[in-house]
Design a protein around this ligand. Sequence first.
Ligand code: GLC
Ligand code: GLC
Length: 818
Amino acid sequence: MKFGYFDDQNREYVITRPDTPLPWINYLGCEEYFGIISNTAGGYSFYRDARLRRLTRYRYNNAPLDMGGRYIYLRDDGADVQQPIFWSPTWMPTRSKLDEYECRHGLGYTSIKSRVNGIEAQTRYFVPLGESLEIWELTVINLRQITADLSVFSAIEFCLWDANDDATNFQRNYSIGEVEVADGVIYHKSEYRERRNHFAYFACSEPLSGFDTQREAFLGAYRGWDSPLAVEVGKASNSVAHGWQPMGSHHIKIHLNPGEQKKIIFVLGYHENPEDGKFDPPDTQVINKHTVKPVISRYMKLDEVGSAFQALQNYWNGLLEQLQVSTPDQHTNRMVNIWNAYQVMVNFNISRSASGFESGIGRGMGFRDSNQDLLGFMHMIPGRARERILDLAATQLPNGGAYHQYQPLTKSGNDDVGSGFSDDPLWLILSAAAYLKETGDWKILDEPVPFDNLPGSEQALYLHLHHSIQYVLDRRGPHGLPLIGRADWNDCLNLNCFSTSPGQSFQTTTNKDGKVAESVFIAGLFVLAAKELAVITRRQGYANEAEGLTREAEKMEEIVWATGWDGKWFRRAYDDLGEPIGSKVCKEGQIFIEPQGMCVMADLGLRDGRAIQALDSVAEYLATSNGIVLHQPAYSHYYLNLGEISTYPGGYKENAGIFCHTNPWVMISEVKIGRGDHAHDYYLRINPSAREEMSEIHRCEPYVYAQMIAGRDAPAQGEAKNSWLTGAASWNYVAITQWILGVRPTHDGLAIEPVIPLDWKGFEVVRNFRGVRYVIQVERQGSGNAVTLDVEGIIIKGTVVPFPPNGTQDVHVKVKVA
Ligand code: GLC
Ligand code: GLC
């Protein structure tokens, strides 16, 4: 069952009924000002940091689930006053019956339209490029035969900036709220009197009939957002908030003749004043509005709003043009050309902080996560990728390890969600290597980067990468495998935790500085990273060091074969007693997906058939129609020595859920052994568009990947959770574009090595790479994967299109696969 459809032409997903199984959200903003917005206008906004600079309030895990948003109410002032008629044109929060409803989630904007009693209302929400504000462009049309007198009310609730404090520290916060209202603009200035130089503002293009800034005055005591008193009686009370819950609502009255329409613009924004120019006059506590007024008045104009929207569309179209494909499969095309690329960008911006499943309070930018998010992002905005790599490296610790996350506002690392994940530093090598291949910008390696952001500790990025390797080499266990530390990619494989206290966090509690528990997964990742770094090192002119790295990679590979191979698949780890995890000798958790994917990606077993064996085991034990589960059998009870992985009921999350992040590793591995049918089949099992028809089971948005789909052990098998913010975005993008379609940046040029399904006759790719547009046409002529490249009419040797002479704009490549 579907709740909408893809409009590929307009690069939109169109939702045709408001009661989707879960709020289906979208993101506004792609630079510094962001918001999430659901298909019923729920959500919130923030400046750079969802926790520390929250503009609007949201109620998490509420009933209904989606509470708090960018609400507009319409009221029929001509209707019987005894029986006032008002409604939310976005359905929530009044949930009135709508005669028509349509939500279009597009790239960086959302537009929600509905009709009630002959009044059509459409609101388009977006953030103009280069601005710290959002626009709500409301169009009201009178489709009745008679005139309509309507009241329009806007409504947002201000958050007192630090979203965590806002949700907990009421003894203070009920007394600090402050606003100003001037020229129809509502200013939220809590804490502006003291250490903040920023404020929020909420403006409207129309003359006001009234306003409210105190929540209780607007809603009325004991009422909720579904029936605000001001809307019911059709009159705002001009309340000025002091303490309690500052909010913003404009009341506008409009008169529409039959067929007439009216556009109203609302602008919600964030603004900073210079420290010495906060007040005007200077000796008062009144906000200096000189700097913000030009911004506000600009966006009160319809033509400015129109061109800002056009600019946003052009921007997105430009980004997507970097890579477009045309294959026989519409789910592939749609995801690669539109939604997967878009989701990659959202992950780049938001990491794991704000979504329908991440509160914006808990997590900042993850070190491991952000490095992987970069893998699918590089080609869109290399300059921002560069900056991110340097920011991440600057949070690396002097011993080569890494903070697990940093706050985007301060860019400094913290241990709030734990530390000591032994895999973390290695991911920096993968992102740096991908950046070099994409851009050829070798100068980045010379950039001085501090450790732990400490001035004076700077070393070249190049050396940071070597510290990452050393960190792992220095921390090894009895088998010679890397020590797992708190955990590796699987946050919940906590082999040194031994937690017995309820509520203790497996991520932050340290019960043991373990010297025994080891990870085969990290060993595989190490081999992959060490090989990448060896290539970089050699190209930097350090042949001996490069050799050294290659030897370390080989040694690690030998150790894996000696201690990490279980006979038919790779083992997962060793616990604190030196017992294997992910082995046929285990009662539960006999086989895991992670080491199969990672070790084969690192080329282990490609020559001797053991890669095939490992992947056949994945197919036999882990693959389901909804995707590949993390392990089998699921853990049926809590294992003290395994940690959080065994706390989840079977089939959910890390206990044998389908982690969409890991599935692409298997797709890439299948490509490595030449099985295009398998690779693409796995790709389609979790491809959101391919699952659209079963939206009532999948439940999350059909246009983006979710972190997890419930596995075969769960009662709700096939149900997705934690959509949007997940390494699944980047890795699936990499798997399909670089491996299955096989168009892959290398240090020597663009590699083209497709490993596609047998029944594909061919496909096309247009890919911008280092300033050159590659037009690639692939034709299947036989049933294998052998590739012949014809570059501008000349057959070349090998599978890498060499860099063309300077100044070349287009390169045409004809590819035969046989
Ligand atoms: C979450 C985390 C990611 C981790 C994964 C598996 O998605 O963001 O860092 O690798 O869970 O535990
Ligand atoms: C929990 C989740 C895991 C996530 C971690 C983040 O362990 O299961 O997926 O990565 O929290 O702190």
